[in-house]
Design a protein around this ligand. Sequence first.
Ligand SMILES: Cc1cc2nc3c(=O)[nH]c(=O)nc-3n(C[C@H](O)[C@H](O)[C@H](O)COP(=O)(O)OP(=O)(O)OC[C@H]3O[C@@H](n4cnc5c(N)ncnc54)[C@H](O)[C@@H]3O)c2cc1C
Length: 291
Amino acid sequence: MTAFAYAAPTSVSDVLTLLDDHSRSGEPTQILAGGTDVMVQMRSVNREPRTIIDIKRLEETNRLEVGAEDIYIGSAIPSAQMQEHAELKALYPGLLEAADLIGSTQVQGRATVCGNLCNASPAGDSIPALIAAGAVCDIATASGSRELAVEDFVTGVGQNALATGEFLLGVKLRRPQASTKDAYLRFTPRTEMDIAVAGVGVSVSLDGAECVAARVAIGAVAKTALLVGEAAEALIGTVLDEASLQQAGEACQAAAQPISDKRGSAAYRRKVVGVLCRRALAVARDRALGQ
Ligand SMILES: Cc1cc2nc3c(=O)[nH]c(=O)nc-3n(C[C@H](O)[C@H](O)[C@H](O)COP(=O)(O)OP(=O)(O)OC[C@H]3O[C@@H](n4cnc5c(N)ncnc54)[C@H](O)[C@@H]3O)c2cc1C
């Protein structure tokens, strides 16, 4: 690994100042959260010297709050800490399922969902789950902060909507009603420590047995995770019976733009994403029905 400079500021303004100073002088910087992508990439992908800016000492990035209306997950909160939060797990089981799939127990002690999001891998597991949950990015900017829906945050493979000088403070979620539940399923060739061939995050809201709102997002089958509006449309107004789940699955297959690689052909990925959609919806439906 190449030598690098390291800074661990303790305030948002100090992070922003560091980003601004380095940008003006043309010196590269990189934000460090859990480091489970950064460290690997520094060894094998990009060995250029840089200043690493560790954001784990900020009060704001260490917020994990479940309030009466809103939920906040700071960008320094590792997956393991989320898993220990019983109320968060009960409210967003699908998001927690996705975070629980990231790496091993050791990796989850460091890896954050915000790091997963910023890294912007097409196969990032938490991204479809965050989109299904309707999560919004809380971005620190020189003039304060701005918000952006997660589905608009990832702009390409390894690319996100953060402008120079900005960083992600955390993600915000609405506290869901008891009749709103999510689920996340992925398929990998190996059972452990592999990345998704396809992944699907869903959220459904029921009134009695009728679906009144839905969000379906697919991962690893396009350059970025995609929110599939047509899948939601196939579900709203139904009782989430087999026919509507089938239609939603077909909408996901139609929206997918998969590649072929060593993990699976494009045709295989397209098939799998439809199956995962149906299965994830059945899980979310049963959760919302309290079953
Ligand atoms: C063994 C192993 C297994 C893995 N398995 C999986 C898996 O199954 N599924 C999966 O999706 N991923 C997997 N990963 C990848 C990685 O663990 C995840 O992407 C993780 O969530 C990254 O979070 P992090 O906090 O470690 O991010 P970091 O490595 O700290 O950062 C990742 C990227 O995001 C940027 N960044 C981080 N935080 C911010 C911020 N707040 N603002 C701006 N930019 C920021 C960094 O600069 C960097 O470019 C695996 C990694 C390893 C090493």
